[in-house]
Design a protein around this ligand. Structure first.
Ligand code: HEC
Ligand code: HEC
Length: 399
């Protein structure tokens, strides 16, 4: 049985490989993006807690997150600064939704990252170039500018660095040759002008493609959920209050979940002294936990993530619209996620200490059925219709 699966895998791998070799670069399509005459205002985009994209990048917090990080000498750690301009992000939006970025004009970033699902696609694993399946579940894109660790295995800490990865990744977009992409974009009616507006030159380069894409991705913010209006963290618009059930849920969340899904972004505290950070020595690298941990999904992980079954502690903003859940999309509902935390945690050797009981037993989270309903009611308050519908994040080839 196992042998035949292995054999099939080898056969299909060989088949896939030979297919790619014979693929012709398809002609560019004639679709033209519809753009507003004045670019959308990306730089005033609101982050939770009152920051804007502009103030955030001007302060050079960049990927340092809200809790700005410091090195051992107390100097701010500033490895890259993402400067967003409205023209740059506008170009990035077109690139994000343009299928020309894939080898055969079939896949764009937006194929997998769909706005109405907080930039996920509702699938456990996604279909990329030539129907090939991604090895992990598509991640939501939300306030990435305020996150230090990107991807399920926290492998990237740099937005600019990540933007080009999927394009050249064979599974996702199959575009393996940058020069070919540059020629393709230069031959369209709209790109030279958009590059000129964004960078002052109509000459297209890999660096500028990358910069524009990361400016757009970096400007995707969410700060207008019911939660934000209750907490006052959206700093504008009407305030709101939680229902009794939501308030109970928030309390339970604080007690059981917020040690990992922390702060206004519901991500790990990976500051130098944070539980999932560098343990006081952020720059040393060796002790940096990169905001990831092991929650005992399996005894043996098919995918070990960052290593030892550690995966990024993901943001829970807009969680109601990003099903299915976990790095492999194994859970369809939030009930199933909660059942994992109450009954499903496996005593993996590298399990997070929070879930470790005596004598390598598991210490689960204890929640009654009604308490689970309350937690879910609270999680539902994290949905932000403003972000899910904002025209500035929408597909310019669609409307
Ligand atoms: C075929 C589907 C697919 C396409 C196309 C795709 N992605 Fe992704 N994206 C994924 C998957 C799957 C992951 C998680 C990968 C992993 O962790 O190994 C991901 C992760 C990300 C993340 C990390 C989010 C976080 O919070 O850590 C960002 C940002 C991102 N993609 C941006 C892009 C951009 C920009 C493009 C286009 C250039 C793109 N993606 C194209 C499937 C896709
Ligand atoms: C010890 C840290 C930790 C605690 C405590 C914790 N989580 Fe998680 N959570 C994680 C990690 C890590 C993942 C991703 C695991 C993976 O995909 O392999 C995750 C994933 C999730 C997901 C899926 C997110 C997605 O985008 O797929 C949800 C929902 C979630 N947690 C909710 C909760 C709730 C609700 C609680 C409290 C009842 C909780 N978590 C407690 C670390 C934690």
């Amino acid at each position: 049985m196992k042998k035949s699966i292995l054999f099939l895998t080898v056969v299909s791998a060989v088949a896939l490989y030979s297919c790619t070799r014979s693929i012709q670069v398809a002609n560019t399509s004639n679709e033209i993006p519809k753009l507003p005459t004045t670019p959308f205002n990306y730089i005033e985009g609101k982050l939770p807690g009152g920051q804007t994209i502009k103030s955030f990048s001007e302060n050079n917090f960049n990927n340092g997150g809200f809790g700005i990080s410091f090195d051992m000498n107390g100097n701010p750690v500033n490895t890259n600064s993402l400067k967003v301009t409205n023209e740059g992000a506008s170009l990035g939006r077109v690139l994000f939704y343009d299928k020309k970025l894939s080898l055969n004009n079939t896949i764009s970033c937006g194929t997998c990252h769909q706005q109405d699902k907080a930039f996920t696609d509702g699938l456990a694993l996604s279909k990329g170039f030539e129907g090939r399946i991604t090895s992990r579940s598509t991640m939501a894109i939300m306030n990435p500018i305020a996150q230090r660790n990107l991807f399920w295995d926290s492998r990237s800490s740099n937005l600019e660095d990540l933007a080009l990865r999927p394009v050249t990744n064979h599974i996702e977009m199959g575009m393996d040759n940058m020069d070919r992409l540059i020629t393709k974009l230069a031959n369209t009616s709209y790109y030279p002008d958009l590059f000129k507006k964004a960078f002052g030159t109509s000459t297209i380069s890999a660096k500028n493609i990358s910069s524009a894409l990361s400016q757009f991705v970096g400007s995707i913010t969410t700060a207008d959920s019911k939660f934000d209006r209750v907490e006052g963290s959206q700093m504008q618009g009407p305030s709101a209050s939680f229902s009794e059930l939501e308030a109970i849920g928030q309390n339970l969340f604080q007690q059981n979940c917020a040690s990992c899904h922390a702060g206004l972004n519901f991500i790990a505290d990976d500051s130098p002294t944070g539980a999932y950070g560098g343990g006081g020595d952020f720059n040393a690298g060796t002790t940096n936990k990169k905001g990831a941990t092991n929650i005992g999904l399996d005894f043996v992980y098919a995918d070990n993530g960052l290593g030892n079954g550690n995966f990024k502690i993901p943001s829970l903003r807009n969680i109601a619209v990003t099903s299915p859940y976990m790095h492999d999309g194994r859970f369809k509902t939030l009930e199933e996620v909660l059942n994992h935390y109450t009954n499903g945690i496996k005593p993996h050797a590298k399990l997070d200490v929070k879930f470790k009981g005596a004598n390598s037993s598991v210490k689960p989270i204890i929640l009654s059925d009604i308490e689970k309903k309350a937690v879910i009611a609270f999680l539902n308050t994290l949905t932000d219709q403003t972000m899910l519908k904002d025209p500035k994040f929408s597909d310019p080839f669609q409307n």
